[in-house]
Ligand binder design. Sequence first.
Ligand SMILES: Cc1cc2nc3c(=O)[nH]c(=O)nc-3n(C[C@H](O)[C@H](O)[C@H](O)COP(=O)(O)OP(=O)(O)OC[C@H]3O[C@@H](n4cnc5c(N)ncnc54)[C@H](O)[C@@H]3O)c2cc1C
Ligand code: SF4
Ligand code: SF4
Length: 392
Amino acid sequence: MPFAITQTCCADATCVSVCPVNCIHPTPDEPDFGSTDMLYVDPRSCIDCGACADACPVDAILPISSLTGPEQAYAEINASWFDTVTPGSTDRAPAPGPRPDRPTFHDWDRPRFDRVLPADFPRLSVAVVGSGPSGMYAVEDLLLHTDADITVFERLQVPDGLVRFGVAPDHPATKQVAHNFARLRKHARVTVRFGVEVGRDVSPEQLAADHDAVIHAVGAHAEKRLGVPGEELPGSISATRFVAWYNGHPDVPADSFHLDAERVVVIGNGNVALDVARILVSDPDVLADTSIASHALTELRSSRVREVVVLGRRGPEHAAYTRPEAMALTHLPSAELVVDDHDPRVGEAIDTAGPRDHASVLAGVRREAVDWSRQPAAGRRIVLRFHSSPWP
Ligand SMILES: Cc1cc2nc3c(=O)[nH]c(=O)nc-3n(C[C@H](O)[C@H](O)[C@H](O)COP(=O)(O)OP(=O)(O)OC[C@H]3O[C@@H](n4cnc5c(N)ncnc54)[C@H](O)[C@@H]3O)c2cc1C
Ligand code: SF4
Ligand code: SF4
């Protein structure tokens, strides 16, 4: 029985290189790799060896025979990606040949260092700033391809960056990638210095002087402002801060948020927006078994939030979320998913979507023209509202 890739896939392509029959696509040298929601196993050529499942850092690959409940849909999702192009579809079967503007996976040049080293120079010394995925994948490559001694500088007292403080607590499989990072941190050539902020405790110039190379992998932690009137008012907050709060980030005080409103509006409809919406309507008893911060769980237990409206500027065919994450919302036990069809383009896009088009994931979802002047309906729900933006 072949294997299939499921919801938690983060498209890092680790599985591609271990598949003995090259049946996982798109590969990093194929055109769709940069834009695909996830990778797919071709069931016609999979020989059921399980190597990909062993390699996957987030346990996204499972034998089709073991899929249960909503996961069973992934058998068809994987298989259908390899079908030929259908009219109206945006997905394609893998195109042959490498993409000219993208290097082949891991086929990089050896790292180059500007400094000319004396023949008796003991070993390269490299500083990596930041212990999130970028920093730790850099560490992995340095361990594999150089003999460098590596020092990781992390401003917090705990590692893993947004894997710990961004990825939603009810996505434990995704957070599992941190086990790989922990293994790398134990390597004899790796030293980690927690609580050292580059720019505050040590200058970039000093780091450069002390090491042969410095890799800055500090992430993108600044909030993005919308630039709309009222953005600064109480109750208007950035997802960055809210996500950090429920994940227990030390920079965000425990009493930062009080969930005393009945309706929450999330601007933007990427996967982070879906994370926020899902956490707000999830059953706290289910969240209690996750890594969610205890202060957030306490607040969620007394939350008055009943409706989360997720706004998208464009239609469902252009939604920023990935199909697996939207599919998961259609099976939430604690809340209903509703599509606000105030705009006729919404229903039309869903009704005319091909089976592999982005909008098709909403095909069975109930539609309603939501009246925002009324209190939210009874029960908890997430409303996807398209063709809406906060700009005047
Ligand atoms: C809410 C949210 C949910 C997400 N969910 C998923 C998901 O489900 N699946 C998925 O694949 N991806 C997800 N992502 C994306 C993923 O978390 C990021 O792509 C990834 O963490 C980026 O890694 P990074 O190493 O570049 O940055 P980060 O993870 O931000 O790591 C940067 C590290 O650098 C440290 N640092 C910063 N400045 C300094 C300094 N001056 N000195 C020393 N250290 C410093 C930080 O403390 C941090 O530890 C999510 C992101 C967010 C925000
Ligand atoms: S290794 Fe796992 S997460 Fe990475 S691309 Fe393959 S299935 Fe997706
Ligand atoms: S089970 Fe083996 S053959 Fe099938 S996709 Fe995974 S690595 Fe490839």
